[in-house]
Ligand binder design. Structure first.
Ligand code: UD1
Length: 424
């Protein structure tokens, strides 16, 4: 069980290289199941979710070869998985549903796991498949889908990222023209479409609400380097915002981070962009209101780190979490550290300016863990961040060490946090 011991840290200064995006790598790994020859994904970060996804692909019959930071996937023949354990480790395991339907015309896969930030059903994925002639039902915690996919018209009730990815993958190998309306517009969708296009798919409109796919018979393996991780970059930007930092996020793409940068500028931070990446300077001073939305709106994955920022600005910030219904668990821990936050359903009121003090707190999910690590940097005294299931390393490759390289004082211990602090 990792326990991060965080001491109040001076101003963050220096440079951090942004990794390739976890949320881009995962669907691309799933999409490699569509390809008749080997796929190599480059610059893959060392993340538990990616290891779990590799296990998911193996359970579906793929062979995976790891070499330095590359993963090569061979999937000459696929099968429905028997083993459930790897599927329960992450939400993105559901992304093999589309490729299995496309190639086997049937799928029988365990329901996915992932962060407990809401109900996270798969109904939109299944309704989309139904519009393509694939009937599905749930049985013994598994999704069972049957039918040869046909091209058609799909309207998504909500622009679900995962459902858009699943349907895009299915349609890429389905004869005829499929149109997905109210599709998700996230940069990771564009990256998946770019990967598929390089592999031979015919796709238009990725990144807009309407994606049109003219299915092909075969996709061939390619080498691909996914986009940089906008959520890792955003998390580090929030760390700079609370520490009065001066940092450079090398490789970060400002065009993927417009909503966050707009909000950080509103707080008073100075943000400059150049060919190397993003320069962030100064402290967040003014309160900001945050409304999480589908892309290009403010990302729900940065709501928790941004809440830590809001605890330090002057005045009241109002947050509305519209994507997930249970994504304020970090607020309880921030209050243990002295923050003044009241949550009411989807809304949170943050009265900024209260100094934080060290406490023992728990990483209840991936992004909550990151938010608390940032809070520890400014808390007086020492913070013990207990990460029982290892949430943080599921999605961040050595976040603590990246922060340390810029002046933070975090050590990762394995063991128990001092008992006395748990009752503080
Ligand atoms: C992806 C990201 C995750 C991010 C989220 C929203 C990956 C691996 N994960 O998750 O980090 O927080 O997008 O930007 O890329 N929903 C349904 N039925 C469905 C599907 C979704 O009701 O069939 C709901 C979910 O419960 C949630 C909302 O739609 O409330 C958004 O989910 P979705 O966009 O699908 O997120 P994920 O793809 O799971």
């Amino acid at each position: 069980m990792p326990v991060y011991h965080i001491r109040q840290s001076p101003v963050l200064q220096g440079e951090a290289q942004i990794n390739v995006a976890k949320n881009a790598v995962l669907p691309i790994l799933a999409a490699s199941l569509l390809c008749s020859s080997p796929v190599t994904v480059r610059k893959v970060p060392k993340l538990k979710d990616i290891d779990s996804m590799a296990e998911v692909l193996k359970a579906c019959g793929a062979q995976i070869q790891k070499e330095e930071d590359s993963l090569t996937i061979r999937a000459p023949a696929l099968n429905n998985p028997i083993e459930s354990a790897p599927f329960h480790k992450l939400r993105a395991s559901v992304l093999v549903l589309g490729p299995l339907c496309a190639r086997l015309h049937e799928a029988d896969v365990p329901l996915p796991g992932g962060c407990a930030i809401g109900q996270r059903p798969v109904d939109i994925h299944l309704k989309g498949l139904k519009a393509m002639g694939v009937e599905s039902h749930l049985e013994n915690s598994r999704v069972i889908s049957r039918g040869t996919p046909k091209s058609g018209y799909i309207y998504l009730d909500f622009p679900s990222v995962g459902a858009t990815e699943n349907l895009l993958m299915t349609a890429a190998l389905t004869k005829g023209v499929t149109r997905i309306e109210n599709a998700a517009k996230e940069p990771e969708i564009v990256d998946l479409a770019d990967f598929l296009t390089l592999a031979g798919a015919r796709i238009w409109g990725a990144g807009t609400g309407t994606i049109v796919i003219d299915g092909v018979e075969k996709l061939t393996g390619v080498e691909f380097t996914p986009i940089p991780d906008r959520i890792e970059a955003g998390t580090l930007a929030c760390a700079a915002a609370v520490t009065d930092g001066s940092i450079l996020l090398t490789g970060a793409r400002s065009d993927h981070l417009r909503s966050l940068l707009h909000k950080l500028r509103e707080t008073g931070m100075l943000i400059l962009e150049d060919a190397r990446g993003l320069h962030l300077r100064g402290r967040a001073k003014r309160a900001v209101d945050i409304h999480t939305l589908s892309y290009p709106g403010f990302p729900t994955d940065l709501q928790a780190p941004m809440m830590t920022v809001a605890t330090q600005t002057k005045g009241q910030s109002i947050f509305m979490e519209t994507i997930f219904e249970n994504r304020y668990m970090h607020a309880v821990s921030l209050c243990r550290m002295g923050a003044n936050i009241r949550t009411e359903g989807r809304m949170a009121l943050i009265q900024g300016g209260a100094p934080l003090t060290g406490a023992t707190v728990e990483a209840t999910d991936l992004r909550a863990g990151a938010a608390l690590m940032i809070a520890g940097l400014i808390a007086q005294g020492e913070t013990y961040l207990v990460d029982k299931p290892g949430h943080i390393s599921r999605g961040y490759d050595l976040l603590d060490q990246k922060l340390n390289a810029m002046g933070a004082r975090i050590s990762c211990e394995t063991g128990r946090a001092p008992e006395a602090r748990l009752t503080k």
